[in-house]
Write a protein that binds this ligand. Sequence first.
Ligand code: HSE
Length: 323
Amino acid sequence: MTRTSDLDSKGFTAFAPATVANVAVGFDILGFALQSVGDRVTVRAQSSEQVTIEEISGLAVAKNISLDPSQNTAGVPLIQMLRDLKPGFGFSVRIEKGIPLGSGLGGSAASGVGAVVAVNALLRKEFLKEDLSPDQLIHYALEGEAIASGAKHADNVAPCLLGGLTLSRPGEHPDVVSLPCPKSVFAVVVNPSMQLNTKDARGVLKSEISLKMHSQQSARLAAFIAGCCTSDLALLKKGFEDLVVEPQRAHLIPGFFAVKQAAMDAGVLGCSISGAGPSVFALTSDQGIALNAKQAMIAAFKSAGLDAQGWISPMGSAGARIV
Ligand code: HSE
């Protein structure tokens, strides 16, 4: 039997990276992980059999994120894990936000993934004979994503957990596939000093598209994925242009077209909105172009009245891990 006096001192911290969802043409289904930027979630066992969020620190500006576990993207997955797995103890959680809130960089998914990865390590030590499977961890983390964006889509959760570039199906059974990621490609990500609520950014989208648009967008998605699988960057570039979602969301991001043009002028393969925005990302296989694009994109946001910060990262970086 587990002694709760022992449990109170034990804990695990997981780092969960920021992610770029949609990747232009894969609305709700494609995503890739970024390096360095991410959330840290520490989970300790506690004798009371419930989930307690002790503290949220870092970039989050804590007042914007609920400490009520039933309203928190890290809390909801853990409540479900407690119900299903019944370990005989509860979870005390501390979240250090490294991903700006409402940035389109998968912050809500990262807190959920960090929480389930830390809990998996804790349960593995105290309770379970083997790790929970990636599918189980994704299932739990998606419970949190649903409260953040109003829909269950694993385009942030899957790459955050697994790293690399992932393909997933929206809904209860995401059937996640890890796609090959061209090794030479860097992502430039620029985050303006504003927030966009994912639910609002989904609210502006029309629910239907024409058959012609479906066919054109499908061809681009197929070209993009084939380009990634074969490291054919010319094909990837041909598939980069999002005809469906970007045109409907661009107006939510001041200066978006100038930022995109600045990146294209610097020579990137393509540029689009990261997730639901307002961050903007571009891909290139040239580090010099990446540096120039980052500066040009930041300057373009500045001209539109927004300060911005940027990162350059290998396109398919590592997923969540215990640190
Ligand atoms: N794919 C989502 C959207 C955001 O664009 O609304 C990330 O899950």
